[in-house]
Design a binder for this molecule. Structure first.
Ligand code: HEM
Length: 443
């Protein structure tokens, strides 16, 4: 195993990690299958080979959630599905998995389409919109509405959206602040963060309590979670657990899909030949530019390829950490208990040995003939193993419905001079994305 080049005494790789984390990560697979990176004086181990990544992700008991990043997120999300340790997670996942099954997700399609049309129908022809903010707004609405259906009003949805924006902007800074001192300062930003957190928690408690009193009756995700029952000791989720799961789903279900959609709109607008094929497919499948339904998705095959390629180039989850719970061996190296192990979908997806011309946006690399050539385990935008994204199907259906709805109605043009640079924060965003909204002529 090699140490990544450029480590400085005490600082380790802090400078390249701060200045250009994506470029730095993508350069590491060239140095070996397991590469040591120094976060200050502390060593961490990046797994760079698909088989090694699978080995880590398929043994969640040894490579458990943990490490410095998760310690900062836990107070925010509680002991929910994304942050719980191996033991609690197994029970939670067994209870929640059926709620995210294909059939059930299909029943939320109409809510998803309503979420995207509410945002896109408010655009003015010829006006500039911030597509990044708009896509976050779409996914926040969709998550809130599918979780709570009629038990919240429009004001609650707006409140949730607002709180999430404040939380997303603050959480990454907390995760990366040295020693955790920064978040304790009474700065206006920290006060806003705490207020948004308290407000969202309060709102969730109120909804969960009201929901329990009404004994369900809604056909939404919250009802499905509240009534989920496991065998024997699994029981069901307590009120506190339910609140933590709702918080987790609001956070985990909103930002990644919103960012992926913003990247999709940007990449399509800057690749005219892709845009032309996408529009042609949308026009054919959604004749008369009607709203899409979940049964249309198998025929929106090129749209699917485009979205898959977006997730390869800009996987919203660009890096994750694990902690070893016992001494273990990895790639011939002995790691002590408590070692930080990292995996990066971004680094794998940009490895030229796994994806030829990795920087090129080429949706056809996912045509059936070529997709077969992608090495097993090389494409992991949703992670793998039993911590794999529970919302994979939900997020994919939502994104495909949103993309086809947008393509049927709008042509979005980049604003000249606006620079788009990836923002590797909690998830990988575009930053502000001003684009000109031009209505597509009705056929
Ligand atoms: C394009 C959209 C999405 C992407 C790329 C994505 C990506 C991921 C990834 C990579 C993980 C694994 C993290 C790790 O290994 O530590 C994950 C976990 C998770 N995701 Fe997603 N996600 C997306 C959408 C969603 C949606 C829509 C929801 C909920 C409605 C959701 C809920 C979760 C939860 C709860 C976990 C934790 C699962 C567990 O530990 O059992 N995600 N996601």
């Amino acid at each position: 195993m090699r140490t990544a080049p450029g480590a400085l005494p005490l600082l380790g790789h802090a400078l390249p990690l701060r200045r250009d984390p994506l470029g730095f990560l993508a350069s590491l697979p060239a140095h070996g299958d397991l590469v040591e990176v120094r976060l200050g004086p502390r060593p961490a181990y990046l797994v760079c080979h698909p088989e090694l990544v699978q080995r880590v992700l398929s043994d969640a008991r040894t490579f458990d959630k943990g490490g410095p990043l998760f310690e900062k997120v836990r107070p925010l999300l509680g002991n929910g599905l994304g942050t719980s340790g191996w033991h609690d997670h197994r029970r939670q996942r067994r209870l929640m998995q059926p709620v995210f099954g294909r059939e059930r997700v299909g029943t939320y399609a109409a809510d998803m389409v309503r979420g995207i049309t509410a945002v896109a129908d408010a655009w003015q022809p010829g006006r500039v919109v911030d597509v990044s903010a708009a896509m976050q707004s779409v996914t926040a609405r969709v998550t809130a509405r599918t979780l709570f259906s009629t038990s919240i009003d429009d004001q609650d949805v707006t409140d949730i959206q607002h709180c999430l924006v404040v939380l997303f902007s603050g959480v990454y800074r907390r995760m990366t602040a040295p020693l955790g001192l920064w978040e304790k300062l009474p700065t206006p930003g920290n006060r806003r963060f705490r207020a948004a957190h308290d407000r969202l928690r309060g709102l969730i408690h109120r909804i969960v309590r009201a929901h329990r009193r009404a004994a369900g009756g809604h056909d939404d995700l919250l009802t499905a979670l509240a009534t989920a029952h496991g065998d024997g000791a699994d029981g069901s989720l307590s009120d506190r657990e339910l609140c933590d799961q709702v918080m987790t789903l609001l956070v985990a279900g909103t930002e990644p899909t919103g960012h992926a959609l913003a990247w999709a709109v940007h990449l399509v607008a800057t690749h005219p030949e892709v845009e032309a094929r996408l529009h042609a497919e949308t026009d054919r499948v959604l004749s008369g530019r009607r709203s899409p339904e979940v049964t249309d998705l198998p025929r929106l095959e090129y749209t699917g390829r485009v979205f898959t390629e977006v997730l390869r180039l800009y996987p919203p989850g660009w890096m994750f950490t694990r902690t070893t719970t016992s001494e273990t061996e990895l790639a011939g190296r002995s790691l002590p208990r408590g070692a930080d192990v990292l995996y990066s979908p971004y680094a794998l997806h940009r490895d030229p040995r796994l994806f030829p011309a990795p920087g090129t946006f080429d949706p056809d690399r996912w045509s059936p003939d070529r997709a077969r050539l992608v090495p097993r385990g090389a494409f992991i935008p949703f992670g793998a193993g039993n911590r794999k994204c529970i919302g994979e199907h939900f997020g994919t259906v939502e994104a495909l419905l949103a993309l086809s709805t947008l393509c049927a109605r709008w042509r979005l043009r980049p604003v000249p001079g606006a620079e788009v640079r990836p923002r590797p924060e909690t998830t990988l965003g575009t930053g502000p994305l001003p684009m000109l909204a031009l209505p597509r002529a009705r056929r």
